[in-house]
Design a protein around this ligand. Structure first.
Ligand SMILES: C[S@@+](CC[C@H](N)C(=O)[O-])C[C@H]1O[C@@H](n2cnc3c(N)ncnc32)[C@H](O)[C@@H]1O
Length: 534
C-alpha cells in the first residue's frame, strides 16, 4: 500500500493539539487502511498546516486523546458499509491471481462480508460464497479459454490414489465363501471370525478385550498440534480449486450432522485427484440403501427394545441391554463404554447395542457413543505408499470412537456384479457371522466407492492404531445391518495416520501358500507381515 513518507513537520507530537503548542490541531480523520498485521491506521487532516503542494494529511497509527474522532469515524464507516451492502447488489469477483483484500478497500471488504452474510444467512457457512467465487473463476477460465485457444483444464491423474489391484475370480456360487474354499485349514483364532464371500475388509475386532487406560471423556480438538500443512510450502490456489471444493463439500456434509470438518491436505494438487473421487459424495453418518433395503433397516418402533432409564447408570437394569452379551468379569451386564470411551470388553461376534431414539434417556446417556458426532478433525492426505490415507489432526485417547463406516448397503450376493474398482472399498457387515457355520438371515456389504466418509480412506497396517466393532442404535440386531465403528486401540498423537488391520485373524506365520491373492503390504510398520488382503 502506498504511503507518503512524513516530513519532519508531519511527525507526530500531540494529537490533541497537533504539536506541543497546539499549533496544528486535527481537523478530522479522512481515511483508514488496514495494515498487513490487521491493525488500522488513519489518515488525519491537519489545521494550520499544509505542504508546499497544498496537501495537509498524514497517516497515523495512533491518535492518543482523540478517541472521540476515532469513534465518530467508525460510526460513519459502519453506516456507509450498511448502505453499501444494502444498495449495491453487485458482488465484485476479483480474480487474475489477486486476492479479495488486495483489490478492495477495507470498507468494501467489510461491506462484502456483511452482504455475503445477508445473502447466505439461511445457509450454514460462508463456504457457499467461496463456491460462488470458484464458479465465477471457472466461468472466467472457460471464457478466456474460448478467447485464447486451448483450454486450461484440470488434469486428473488416476494413478495417484491406487485403485484396488486385487483381481480375483468371481464366486461361482454367491453364497459360498472364497476364504473357506481357498483356505480350508485356516487357523481359527476365534469362533466368531467372519466368513467371506470375496476379499474384503474384516469387521471383527482384532485386539483381545482389554480395559481402556484413559479416563478422559473425550479428546479435544488440538488444532495447535495439528500437522499443519500451512507451514509447508503449499500449492497455489489456482491448482487447488477442485481440492478446496471437495474439502468444503465434505466439511459441510459433516457439519450438517454436527461433526467437525474433514480436511484434504493442501499438498494434493487437483491433477492428482482421481476423477471418480471428484464425484464422490461424502456422507458422515448413516447408510444409503440399495433397492428395497431401506425398509428393512428402518424397523417400526414396537420392534425395538426400549429402556425407560433416565440416565442408564446400570446396564443390568437397562431394558435395551436385555439382549446384549456384554458382561463384566463378575458376569453382570455392562455397557461397552466407560466415560465415553470403548472398553474393549466386547467379545468377538457381539454387537454393541446402544440406546435408541425411542429410549427414555437423553442424548448424553453413557450408552450413546458411536452415534455422537465426530469431534476429532480428520485430514485426508497422500501417504505416498498406500495411496490416500486418513490422519488425525488432534491427539486421541485409547478407546475413542471416531466414526462409523458409511456408504451404500448392498446385498452380499450383489457384490460380484460390482465393477472391480469398488473391491477395495467394500466392508462386509459380518461382525456377528460365525465362520464355517451356516449363517442365517440376509447378509450385507457396505460399498463406499462412490458414497462414504473419511473411513473409506483408512489403510491397512499390520500394527494398526484402530480396531472396528459392530454397533446398532437406529435399527435392531436381527436386521443384520449394524454400523461398523472405528475406535482407537491405543493413544494416537495428532498427525498420525489412522489404520486398521484389514484381516486381523490371519496371523503372521500363516502358511505361505495361503498368501496367494494377497497384495504386498506397504504399511511400513515394524511387525509388517509383508502382505495384506482386502
Ligand atoms: C479402503 S482403501 C484405502 C484408501 C486408499 N488408499 C485410497 O487411496 O483410496 C484400500 C486400498 O488402499 C490401498 N492400501 C491400503 N492399505 C495398504 C497397504 N498396507 N499396503 C498397500 N496398499 C494399501 C490398496 O490400494 C487398497 O486397495
Amino acid at each position: 500500500m502506498w504511503e507518503r513518507s512524513p516530513t519532519p513537520e508531519e511527525s507526530w507530537s500531540d494529537a490533541s493539539g497537533g504539536n506541543e503548542d497546539g499549533e496544528w490541531p486535527i481537523e478530522g480523520i479522512v481515511g483508514e487502511e488496514i495494515r498487513l498485521d490487521g491493525t488500522p491506521r488513519y489518515e488525519v487532516r491537519w489545521g494550520n498546516w499544509s505542504r508546499a503542494d497544498g496537501s495537509n494529511t498524514t497517516w497515523q497509527s495512533d491518535i492518543p486523546d482523540r478517541h472521540d474522532l476515532v469513534n465518530r469515524w467508525k460510526r460513519i464507516q459502519s453506516r456507509k458499509r450498511a448502505t453499501l451492502a444494502e444498495n449495491d447488489l453487485d458482488m465484485d469477483v476479483p480474480w487474475k491471481g489477486i486476492t479479495v483484500h488486495q483489490r478492495l478497500t477495507h470498507q468494501r471488504a467489510q461491506a462484502y462480508e456483511e452482504k455475503k452474510q445477508r445473502r447466505f444467512s439461511n445457509l450454514p457457512s460462508t463456504a457457499n460464497w467461496d463456491e460462488e467465487v470458484e464458479n465465477e473463476y471457472r466461468r472466467l477460465q472457460d471464457r478466456s479459454a474460448e478467447d485464447n485457444g486451448p483450454p486450461l483444464r484440470v488434469r486428473r491423474n488416476t494413478n495417484v490414489a491406487p485403485q484396488p489391484s486385487l483381481r480375483r475370480g468371481r464366486t461361482s456360487s454367491p453364497g459360498q465363501s472364497i476364504l473357506s474354499r481357498e483356505i480350508p485349514s485356516q487357523p481359527s483364532s476365534s469362533v466368531n471370525s467372519p466368513r467371506r464371500s470375496r476379499p474384503r475388509i474384516d469387521t471383527s475386532i482384532s485386539s483381545s478385550p482389554q480395559p481402556g487406560t484413559s479416563s478422559s471423556a473425550a479428546a479435544s480438538l488440538q488444532l495447535g498440534s495439528k500437522p499443519s500443512s500451512s507451514s509447508e510450502p503449499c500449492l497455489p490456489y489456482s491448482i487447488q480449486i477442485l481440492r478446496s471444493r471437495m474439502e468444503r463439500a465434505w466439511t459441510r456434509a459433516a457439519r450438517d450432522v454436527m461433526a467437525v470438518g474433514v480436511r484434504i491436505d493442501r499438498n494434493i494438487a487437483d491433477k492428482n485427484i482421481p476423477s471418480d473421487l471428484s464425484k464422490f459424495k461424502y456422507i458422515e453418518k448413516g447408510y444409503l440403501f440399495d433397492d428395497g433395503l431401506q425398509e428393512q433397516f428402518h424397523v417400526p418402533r414396537d420392534v425395538f427394545t426400549i429402556c425407560d432409564c433416565s440416565q442408564c447408570l446400570d446396564a443390568s437394569h437397562c431394558s435395551c441391554q436385555a439382549i446384549s452379551d456384554i458382561l463384566d468379569p463378575l458376569q453382570r451386564k455392562t455397557y461397552a463404554y466407560s466415560q465415553g470411551l470403548f472398553t474393549f470388553n466386547v467379545p468377538q461376534g457381539t454387537e454393541v447395542i446402544e440406546c435408541n431414539k425411542f429410549c427414555g434417556c437423553g442424548p448424553r446417556c453413557q450408552n450413546r457413543v458411536a452415534q455422537q458426532p465426530r469431534d476429532i478433525e480428520i485430514e485426508i492426505f497422500d501417504t505416498k505408499r498406500c495411496g490416500w490415507g486418513a490422519r488425525t489432526l488432534g491427539d486421541i485417547p485409547k478407546g475413542k470412537v471416531l466414526g462409523t463406516y458409511t456408504g451404500k448397503v448392498i446385498r452380499r450376493e450383489d457384490v460380484d456384479a460390482l465393477p472391480e474398482d469398488h473391491y477395495g472399498y467394500l466392508f462386509d457387515l459380518d461382525g456377528t457371522e460365525i465362520k464355517d457355520e451356516e449363517n442365517l438371515g440376509s447378509r450385507y456389504t457396505v460399498d463406499s466407492y462412490a458414497h462414504g466418509n473419511w473411513t473409506r480412506f483408512v489403510n491397512h497396517s499390520c500394527n494398526p492404531n484402530m480396531v472396528v466393532y459392530s454397533v446398532v442404535y437406529d435399527t435392531i440386531p436381527d436386521v443384520n445391518m449394524p454400523y461398523v465403528a472405528f475406535v482407537t486401540c491405543q493413544e494416537v498423537a495428532a498427525g498420525t495416520e489412522l489404520t486398521i488391520n484389514y484381516q486381523p485373524h490371519l496371523d503372521e506365520d500363516f502358511d505361505v501358500k495361503y498368501k496367494h491373492g494377497a497384495e504386498r503390504c506397504k504399511c511400513g510398520s515394524k511387525p509388517c507381515r509383508g502382505w495384506y488382503r482386502i
